[in-house]
Ligand binder design. Structure first.
Ligand SMILES: Cc1cc2nc3c(=O)[nH]c(=O)nc-3n(C[C@H](O)[C@H](O)[C@H](O)COP(=O)(O)O)c2cc1C
Length: 383
């Protein structure tokens, strides 16, 4: 096997090891995927400033996100169906994140439940909340996250209705997968994936199954999920959730200056500048393009984080230079997980950390606190 040197190597390996319908689920965006592509390509348009003959010794990537110490300003983003990239995926990724020293965020739409992840971790993780129409279910989720000692609630604001990903429809995506001849073929050609999947009992949405009223079997679960995203969700609900939760709150999915101002008004601890990895509004700006304007508008009032398109430590550094206090990665860790399970997630984090460290040094900086616009030579997205 050739050495794994960059996130693209993990992606190639994941493509070989994960059944097509689940690999495609990760590697896809809404409609034409233009925003998905822009999230990645816009990072290339930002140029770094090379500095020489400065003391580059004693470097550290350590910093804080919402007051929590982190080994580098990178959290694992909430991703649905992670336990279908690799058996027990959320539990493995959470442990890799904990050992590395970065936050892990569990999605509402995960395969492993809040309790499953709590059972294999020793430090608090973050929980991402989708607000469903069934508010009793939402309250129950919040209580379960509290009981599991989650240290932040990440409220996703950009998925009141589902964007369309053509690949998922063409592939007939579901969890667990329907055993059609096409899917059986896709799985049969991925024996390692099948073997691990046979050894686990975690193959459906375990935050929901057994917890939501009226969800008794797979058919009712699928129907429940599609009808439960609440199109009426509004800023008033954010206040309600904040009160019920009572802990640190991060609002994820902000891409507009006006929305950022509203989010800052709520008294939340942070926002994530995000377009859901290009999976919702195709044709929207990339996250990195919007970051400077949002930081200008609210950066003095609320912590600003960013996700979308980060594929290297250089991308993290560029986001930090443009004002992000932290970042999240989705696909990079999913590719690592699909490629190699827990060691693959660790590898993804190591790759990003090393790229960040070397790039920081070559920009003449030694600490995250020193990273600002002075490391940027050219930025077409200035605020
Ligand atoms: C396969 C997949 C599933 C996702 N599921 C969720 C989810 O359940 N909840 C959520 O808030 N965001 C979800 N997202 C969005 C991520 O949290 C994050 O915003 C995005 O992945 C960042 O872009 P990146 O993948 O380019 O790093 C998902 C993203 C992917 C790729």
């Amino acid at each position: 096997m050739s050495p794994i040197l960059e996130i693209a190597d993990l992606k190639r390996l994941a493509k070989r090891r994960v059944p097509k319908l689940f690999f495609d689920y990760a590697d896809s965006g809404a409609y034409t995927e233009s925003t998905y592509r822009a999230n990645e390509s816009d990072f290339y348009r930002i140029k770094l400033r090379q500095r020489v003959l400065v003391d580059m010794s004693g470097r550290s990537l350590e910093t804080t996100m919402i007051g929590e110490k982190v080994k580098m300003p990178v959290a694992l983003a909430p991703t649905g169906l992670t336990g279908m990239q690799h058996a027990d995926g959320e539990m493995l990724a959470a442990r890799a994140a904990e050992e590395f020293g970065v936050p892990f965020t569990l999605s509402t739409m995960s395969i492993c439940s809040i309790e499953d992840v709590a059972s294999v971790t020793t430090k608090p993780f973050w929980f991402q909340l989708y607000v469903m129409r069934d508010r009793d279910f939402v309250l129950n989720l919040i209580e379960r996250a509290k009981a599991a000692k989650c240290s932040a609630l990440v409220l996703t604001a950009d998925l009141q209705i589902l964007g369309q990903r053509h690949k998922d429809i063409r592939n007939g995506l579901s969890a667990p997968p329907k055993l059609t001849p096409k899917h059986l073929f896709q799985m049969a050609t991925r024996p390692r994936w099948c073997w691990n999947m046979l050894k686990t009992d975690k193959r459906t949405f375990r935050n929901i199954h057994g917890h939501a009223k009226s969800v008794t079997d797979l058919a009712s679960l699928n129907a429940w999920t599609t009808e439960q995203f609440d199109p009426q969700l509004s800023w008033k609900d954010v206040a309600w959730i904040k009160e019920r939760w009572g802990g640190k709150l991060i609002i994820k999915g902000i891409l507009d200056v006006e929305d950022a101002k509203m989010a800052a008004e709520t008294g939340a601890d942070a926002i994530v500048v995000s377009n859901h990895g290009g999976r919702q509004l195709d044709g929207a700006h990339s996250s990195i393009a919007m970051l400077p304007r949002i930081v200008d508008a609210v950066g003095d009032r609320i912590e600003v984080h960013l996700d979308g398109g980060i594929r290297s430590g250089q991308d993290v550094l560029k986001a930090v230079a443009l004002g992000a206090k932290g970042t999240f990665i989705g696909r990079p860790f999913l590719y690592g997980l699909g490629a190699m399970g827990k060691p693959g997630v660790t590898r993804a984090l190591e790759i990003i950390a090393k790229e960040m460290d070397v790039t920081m040094a070559l920009c003449g900086k030694r600490r995250i606190a020193e990273i600002d616009e002075s490391i940027i030579a050219e930025n077409p997205f200035k605020g």
